[in-house]
Design a protein around this ligand. Structure first.
Ligand code: DC
Length: 220
């Protein structure tokens, strides 16, 4: 079984997806973390993303592994735990550009299909219901208003010691939505058959319950 959960950044989809997986006792796959890890590798190795040969070489040697530990995604890049590092602002600032490159998407989509098909999974991202698993058993598209999303991002960043204003974060989110939705390759888009959930005024518990109930009833 595949449950696809898509939506824009900071819409509450990661926390929701993780908890839904926990509640149903199935695997959670955070595909954003995969694009972030590739972005970190690109930044660390100083690769110009217009240099297709260099990028392909990097992708062919990249060793990514993901697992969930105490409800958190642990991601390793060539054997090193980068789970926290990939959440920092420098990675966030570059991830839209890196994830728009077709060679990057091809490599990641292939890996996502392999990982998702291994076990029953909740797969979270931007193009899961449209491109990666168009035949997913259940599809959800999570949205929230900009203020709520900026507040959530601010809280997350505080946990890794970064302080940013809400105004600045709202601008960042708008810019990233625009980039993610307007790229040519697999843009952020709701699948026609996905159920939309606006989490602006919902608690995490409520969001999780809506999804788990629908999955259990089989009507999504
Ligand atoms: O969910 P996130 O903020 O960690 O995702 C980071 C970036 O990765 C986001 O800007 C868009 C990109 N992404 C993507 O293009 N496709 C996915 N399936 C998941 C994330």
């Amino acid at each position: 079984m595949i449950i696809a959960i898509d939506g824009p950044a900071a819409s509450g989809k990661s926390t929701t997806a993780r908890r839904v997986a926990e509640e149903l006792g199935i695997t959670y796959l955070d595909t954003g973390a995969m694009y972030r890890a590739v972005t970190l590798a690109v930044l660390e190795q100083g690769i110009d993303i217009r240099d297709e040969a260099a990028l392909k070489k990097l992708l062919s040697t990249l060793d990514l592994s993901l697992r969930t530990e105490s409800g958190k995604t642990v991601i390793t890049l060539n054997g090193r735990d980068v789970s926290e590092r990939i959440r920092a602002s420098d990675v966030t600032a570059h991830v839209s550009a890196v994830s728009a490159v077709p060679a990057v998407r091809e490599a990641m989509v292939k890996l996502q299909r392999e990982l998702g098909n291994r076990n029953d999974s909740v797969v979270e991202g931007r193009d899961i219901g449209t491109v990666v698993f168009p035949e997913a058993d259940h599809k959800f598209y999570i949205v929230a208003d900009y203020r709520t999303r900026a507040e959530r991002r601010q809280k997350d960043l505080r946990q890794i010691g970064e302080e940013r204003s809400l105004a600045e974060l709202m601008e960042d989110l708008k810019r990233r939505d625009k980039k993610d939705s307007s790229r040519d390759h697999s843009p952020l888009k709701r699948a026609a058959d996905a159920i939309v959930i606006d989490t602006s005024r919902l608690s995490i518990e409520e969001q999780v319950k809506i999804i788990v109930d629908k999955v259990k009833k089989g009507n999504s």
